[in-house]
Structures are given as structure tokens and as C-alpha cells.
Design a binder for this molecule. Structure first.
Ligand SMILES: Cc1ncc(COP(=O)(O)O)c(C=O)c1O
Length: 384
């Protein structure tokens, strides 16, 4: 694939490009914000979608057993963790699935642990359903983030704390939590009977030298407490197809989730989702490996550029994700001034504050774009 090719997305209703007007005061800026890629998806997926489109009938769609089998096989082959395909449930997105749990499975008064800086909806979705959050901020030393286990245990012990939303790997700091880190968290969860939502949407986008550990693989006890969120949409740039799947070990919880889903009447996929995701699992892996190499090249380029041209701004290549978590604190600007200057320079990044107070002084850059776009964005960055 030629990932250097710039494909015009304006005029396609792309949220990142055409939808920028809803979120930014300028529509001329280079959009390096919302998490999708400016690359064409894998040719096998495009072909499957073309075939589907050519059929011409787009009536109601069932999710076949093959979908869950392929999803399960993907996890076994790549992460050595086997789920019973019958324990998987099709959903229309990870965030909607978290929302359903907040609405229907979290009890009034239950408190939920999150570890900021973290993906904004981990806070906004529970709050939208009047749920209470408690925060265990990650510890940052020279741009490397780790978990405050003492802080986590202190919160887990509190009587009302019943849930934990884990980002594994972690957006925006790009950590791939190691087996021993997850095992420590898992032990605390089991001791205090904490339910876990493990969001593993980024698991396929892990760079060489790091290895994703599924949280539910730590032990059968922790699997019993865990609800895992999966999706092929980040890996293969299919977010507009709204397809994800949830794994729930406990049968009574699975039934509760299914019953809640049926009440929303959102159990059926759109006509394109199944074909695209099955094609990804069948033949998309070579493309995934290639795109990841290209994005890693972008990350190295960014890291070198900041060291060379703006040493007061700190950026370390992440272990996973195509998101660059950039530390602008050395510029001594207020958060609003930082975001205004970036936009005035012609670059639209995600505001670090969207990831919680711990994101103050930071901005997130989506590096899943042709190198030439990044080069132009960095040229503009010099205007800061
Ligand atoms: C951690 C995390 N979870 C979920 C999502 C969104 O998932 P979905 O589009 O399936 O709701 C994102 C998107 O960036 C994400 O970073």
C-alpha cells in the first residue's frame, strides 16, 4: 500500500475534516484530532464492501456465527487468549456499549474508578448517566506513565467503589500495560470484588517490542469480573461502520446486557459491518502490519522533530496507538492559550484537558496520516 498517498476526505462528510466546524473555530486547520486514519482501508475489506454494495439489497442483517468465530480466532491467534464465541455480543460501538452498562448494570450509588489522563468518554459517559467517578491519576515521570497501585487499592477498598474502567492499551498516553502491571491491578480487583470494563479497542495497534495482555487472560477469577470491549474499527479504519463486540464471561451478566440491548432495539448491524469485519479478520493482517510500520515511522519522525526543532516541547514515541501525547508545559501557556495558538498556527489537535485535569499542558496529535501532512503540520507548529 502507498500510505504516502493523500486522499481528499473533504466533501465525504468525514467528521475529522468536514465535521471540524462543530468543534474548532477554524476549518482551514490541518485536522489531526479525532481517532481515525487518513488511509484507505485494507484492499480485502474494500473488495468485500464493493461486493456488498453491488448486491443492491440492503435489508436487515443477522450476525452469523462465523463473525463470532472469526473474532474469537483473531484473539487466540494474536494474543493467545481464547474466548468462547458464544460469549460474544455484537454492538454498535465501544462507547455505546459502555453507556449501556452505565445505564443498565451499574447500580445507583456505585462509584467507578478511572485513571486519567484517559479517553474523555470514560468520564463523560458515566456522568451522563448520573454515575459517580473516583480518579486514580497515572503517575508521570519524564513522559513515562505508570499506575499508582497504592492509590488504586485505597479507592478499591471504599465500600461504594464497585467498577473500574481500564484502557488497555491506554489512550492517550500510549502505554501497553505489562502482564505484571495488570496482574497487580487484577489482584486488587479480585480482593475487593470490583467489576472491570476493559476497553481493548487499541490492542491491534501495538508497536514492536511490546505485547498486549488481555485483562481477562490474567486468571479465571478476574475473567469472571471483566467485561471486555473489542472492535476492529481502529485497527482497520472502519469507525464509520459502527461495529464492535463485547465479551462477558458471567452468564447472568451476559443475559442482563443482552436484555438491555434488546430494549434499545439496536441488536442488528448495518448491512456493511459484518462483511467488512469478517474480511479484516480473514485477510487484513498483512495490511495491519504495514500500516503500523508506516505510523511508527511517523512517530519516530515526530520524536526527532521535536527534539531537534522544539526541545522545550516533550514527546516520546508511544508503545501503542497512532496518537501522540505531546507535553507543551515547557511553553508556559495556559491551556486555552495553547489550544488557541495551535489553531491560529493552523493545526487542530485534541485539547489535553478533554482527558481530565491531568491533561493540562498537553495536546493529542493523531499521526495516522500521510507523512507529507505531518510535515506541513510541523512546519506550522514552528509558528507557535
Ligand atoms: C479507548 C477508546 N475507546 C473507544 C473509542 C471509540 O470506540 P467506538 O467508536 O467503538 O465507540 C475510542 C476512540 O478513539 C477510544 O480511544
Amino acid at each position: 500500500m502507498n500510505f504516502d498517498q493523500v486522499i481528499e476526505r473533504r466533501g465525504t462528510n468525514a467528521l475529522k475534516w468536514d465535521g471540524m466546524k462543530h468543534f474548532y473555530a477554524s476549518t482551514d486547520a490541518i485536522p489531526l484530532w479525532v481517532a481515525d486514519m487518513d488511509f484507505e482501508t485494507a484492499p480485502v475489506i474494500r473488495k468485500a464492501l464493493e461486493n456488498r454494495a453491488l448486491h443492491g439489497i440492503y435489508g436487515y442483517v443477522d450476525v452469523p456465527d462465523t463473525f463470532f468465530q472469526k473474532a474469537s480466532d483473531w484473539g487466540t491467534r494474536r494474543y493467545g487468549h481464547t474466548f468462547n464465541p458464544k460469549e460474544l455480543i455484537f454492538t454498535h460501538g465501544v462507547v455505546p456499549s459502555i453507556a449501556l452498562i452505565m445505564k443498565e448494570m451499574v447500580a445507583d450509588g456505585d462509584k467507578i474508578i478511572i485513571q486519567p489522563p484517559v479517553y474523555g468518554p470514560f468520564a463523560s459517559v458515566p456522568i451522563n448517566y448520573q454515575r459517580q467517578l473516583v480518579e486514580n491519576p497515572l503517575i508521570e515521570v519524564d513522559g513515562y506513565y505508570s499506575i499508582d497501585f497504592d492509590g488504586f487499592e485505597a479507592l478499591a477498598k471504599l465500600p461504594d467503589v464497585k467498577w473500574f474502567i481500564l484502557c488497555n492499551p491506554h489512550n492517550p498516553v500510549g502505554r501497553v500495560w505489562k502482564q505484571d502491571e495488570l496482574a497487580k491491578l487484577a489482584a486488587i480487583c479480585v480482593t475487593h470484588n470490583l467489576r472491570i470494563i476493559s476497553d481493548e479497542i487499541w490492542r491491534d495497534l501495538v508497536y514492536a517490542g511490546h505485547r498486549h495482555t488481555p485483562f481477562a487472560s490474567i486468571s479465571p477469577e478476574v475473567a469472571d469480573l471483566t467485561i471486555t470491549m473489542f472492535s476492529a474499527t481502529k485497527s482497520f479504519n472502519l469507525a464509520g461502520l459502527q461495529a464492535s463486540y463485547v465479551h462477558i464471561t458471567r452468564s447472568e451478566d451476559r443475559e442482563r446486557f443482552m436484555a438491555a440491548l434488546r430494549r434499545t432495539d439496536l441488536t442488528l448491524p448495518n448491512a456493511f459491518a459484518v462483511d467488512a469485519v469478517e474480511a479484516a479478520f480473514d485477510g487484513g493482517e498483512p495490511w495491519l502490519i504495514e500500516v503500523l510500520e508506516y505510523i511508527e515511522g511517523n512517530m519516530v519522525f515526530l520524536e526527532d522533530w521535536f527534539k531537534d526543532k522544539m526541545p522545550q516541547v516533550k514527546f516520546h514515541k508511544p508503545e501503542a496507538t497512532y496518537l501522540a501525547w505531546i507535553d507543551f508545559r515547557g511553553l508556559n501557556l495556559s491551556q486555552s492559550e495553547l489550544m488557541k495558538r495551535l489553531l491560529d498556527a493552523g493545526i487542530a489537535l485534541n485539547d489535553g484537558a478533554w482527558f481530565g485535569k491531568a491533561g493540562t499542558g498537553f495536546a493529542r496529535l493523531n499521526a495516522a496520516c500521510p507523512r507529507s501532512i505531518l510535515v506541513e503540520a510541523l512546519k506550522r507548529m514552528e509558528e507557535l
